[in-house]
Design a protein around this ligand. Structure first.
Ligand SMILES: NC(=O)c1ccc[n+]([C@@H]2O[C@H](COP(=O)([O-])OP(=O)(O)OC[C@H]3O[C@@H](n4cnc5c(N)ncnc54)[C@H](OP(=O)(O)O)[C@@H]3O)[C@@H](O)[C@H]2O)c1
Length: 266
């Protein structure tokens, strides 16, 4: 798309998530400016600083930490015109709070993840006014990966836990398996790539929880090696540990919004 046909977007915050959203595909669809904590504005397409910013933006992406938005969000009103669509990527901050701080109703909440850099984000989207969703916008969001519409705002908190924070939980589990395999393999050298391949192979042939359960049964012969390990995992309440991990992230997402209000009354 030629530069003149591209719409303009401002990224407020240009940290980990913002950088992973900025793929070549997105840059081919949007002219992006980004602002950081020092109020410096950069043209991301041209990779250069801007000194005078008189732009109006079709889209403003909220990509600061929630705490920053709650404490200093009103200063972002100056970047918003009556036609600007706000796309909040922040965990926990409710639609009603964004509306109150930015004085606009043109808000969309999305929950992407850092896998957007490989076009692999499963981005959850919540919007009250469906008229805000154009084909152009869907095209933009599809540059992150898959787009999943949700009907209830609380589903964004669920998505924050499972899809936003989830990649880190999965990485922690896989990394623990790798470290434990290495420890057991000592003094032999173990090839990490082979162990990682094992994860991929198991998932390649088992695509549902039912398949995974019968896969476990098919390997676990009575009094065998697999049963010894699986029984230990069950005795440690592995499923409960994972449920609690996800629940803590979900609960945290629900708490975030009320923090500024609580701080003000204390
Ligand atoms: N990381 C993830 O995997 C992920 C996934 C889903 C959703 N999210 C959400 O995405 C948001 C950003 O997360 P992140 O991990 O990218 O955070 P981050 O790496 O800490 O980035 C935050 C950015 O905000 C900027 N910033 C701070 N104060 C500012 C201000 N007053 N004005 C303008 N910019 C300001 C920082 O600028 P400096 O560079 O100058 O410090 C930094 O670029 C959070 O709300 C989080 O809930 C993150």
């Amino acid at each position: 798309m030629s530069d003149t046909l591209k719409q303009k977007a401002l990224f407020i915050g240009y940290g980990h998530l913002a950088k992973s959203l900025t793929s070549r595909k997105l840059l081919s669809l949007l002219n992006i400016h980004a602002i950081n904590s020092k109020n410096e504005i950069k043209n991301i397409n041209l990779k250069k600083k801007i000194s005078n910013n008189n732009c109006t933006y079709e889209y403003v992406f909220l990509l600061t930490r929630p705490k920053t938005f709650l404490s200093t969000g009103t200063q972002f009103q100056k970047y918003i015109s009556k036609d600007t669509i706000i796309i909040s990527c922040m965990a926990g901050i409710k639609f009603s709070t964004i509306e109150q701080i930015l004085k606009t109703k043109k808000i969309i909440r999305i929950m992407p993840n850092v896998m957007a850099s490989n076009n692999k984000s499963q981005t959850h989207l919540y919007v009250k006014n469906k008229k805000l969703i154009s084909n152009y916008l869907i095209n933009l969001l599809s540059s992150f990966g898959k787009v999943i519409n949700v009907k209830n705002e609380d589903q964004i908190n669920f998505a924050t836990s499972v899809y936003g924070s989830g990649p880190a939980f999965i990485a922690y589990i896989v990394s623990s398996f790798l470290k434990a395999s290495k420890k057991l393999a000592k003094p032999f050298n173990i090839n990490e790539v082979e162990v990682l391949e094992l994860f991929k192979n198991v998932l390649e042939i088992n695509t549902t929880s039912k398949m995974l359960d019968s896969f476990i049964s098919s390997i676990s012969s009575k009094k065998g090696t697999t049963q010894a390990g699986v029984n230990f995992l069950k005795s440690q309440k592995m499923e409960k540990i994972i449920y609690t991990t996800l629940y803590k992230a979900y609960k945290r997402a629900k708490e975030i919004d009320s923090e500024q209000k609580r701080a003000k009354t204390e």
